[in-house]
Design a protein around this ligand. Structure first.
Ligand code: C2E
Ligand code: MG
Ligand code: MG
Ligand code: MG
Length: 275
């Protein structure tokens, strides 16, 4: 009886592992074609000034639109794309999409900026640096309005990180640290990099309403950030109460469903022309 139970258990696990591997490799297998066919599109989530609600820009968030029209969320394919290095092709497409979607708007509105998410494989990719420099040249995208989001992990993992970040900064791009607080870096480590904005991870915003230690961290992050001359931006704000508390704590910027979900380019353009 025990043997039957054991075999059944083992079978179930093997089945599950096979399904997982299959879904993983079937996504990876079609990713090259998807890059080739331009199946990645950008959505834009408005970033607002917390005190006034004014839209100051957006974060470009990629979506994979399959030929049948179905949409794949980035958490499902970005980690795979990063591990396999295929992310480089996706990042180049995000940049291309950005110029096509918002080039005219950004040239007409020097007060708006857009950030793109850049990963460790991109940071060491000369093709990416060349494409960024070419795209951010006169008459195309203004470099000062294209900002770069990097995670702490990406900076720690990248051997040439500091030099690369300095290069981006010198080209006019402000640097955001994404998902701040979820990595292993200390602010003293991050001090080696020329940075502009810390994006406080949604986990801390969610925890503010609880008694947990995590919930009490935000004021400390804001204090350290301002001591280092950095601005702060809170992610994943869903409630007015969160906006008010974050703003009172000195967090300057925010994004989240309270303001807007990530929007298709046309909707984002409508949104900023309403202002
Ligand atoms: P992220 O860079 O931290 O982006 C913020 C994520 O939080 C986005 O998820 C956004 O839709 C979601 N979000 C924003 N406000 C709220 C809110 O109020 N409530 C909730 N529940 N969620 C909110 P998304 O678009 O699914 O992207 C997930 C992650 O995938 C991103 O996290 C980023 O790490 C990665 N990603 C997205 N686009 C790109 C890209 O173009 N390149 C790279 N390398 N990574 C990307
Ligand atoms: Mg981001
Ligand atoms: Mg983030
Ligand atoms: Mg996040």
């Amino acid at each position: 009886y025990l043997l039957v139970l054991f075999c059944a258990g083992f079978g179930a696990i093997a089945w599950w592992v096979r399904r997982w591997l299959q879904s993983r490799y079937s996504l990876l297998g079609v990713m090259d074609d998807a890059i080739e066919n331009g199946e990645f599109v950008n959505y834009y989530q408005p970033i607002v000034e917390l005190a006034t609600g004014r839209i100051t820009g957006a974060e470009a968030l990629v979506r994979w639109v399959k030929p049948d029209g179905s949409l794949i969320r980035p958490d499902l394919f970005i980690p795979l794309a990063e591990e396999s290095g295929k992310i480089r092709g996706i990042t180049l497409q995000v940049l291309e999409n950005l110029e096509r979607d918002l080039g005219a708007v950004l040239r007409a509105r020097p007060d708006l900026y857009v950030s793109i998410n850049v990963t460790e494989p991109d940071l060491t990719d000369d093709v990416f640096f060349d494409a960024l420099a070419a795209t951010c040249s006169p008459g195309r995208l203004p470099a000062g309005q294209v900002r770069i989001e990097l995670t702490e992990r990406c900076l720690i993992d990248s051997a040439q990180g500091v030099a690369r970040v300095i290069r981006l900064r010198e080209a006019g791009h402000a640097i955001y640290i994404d998902d701040f607080g979820t990595g292993y870096s200390s602010l003293s480590y991050l001090q080696k990099f020329p940075l502009d904005v810390l994006k406080i991870d949604k986990a801390f915003v969610d925890a503010m309403d609880t008694e947990s230690v995590t919930g009490s961290v935000v004021p400390h992050i804001v204090g350290m950030a301002s001591a280092l001359g950095l601005h702060t931006l809170a992610e994943g704000i869903e409630q007015e109460g969160q906006r008010a508390r974050l703003s009172a704590m000195g967090v300057q910027y925010g994004q989240g469903w309270l303001f807007d979900k990530p929007l298709p380019a046309e909707r984002f353009i409508e949104r900023v022309s309403d202002e």
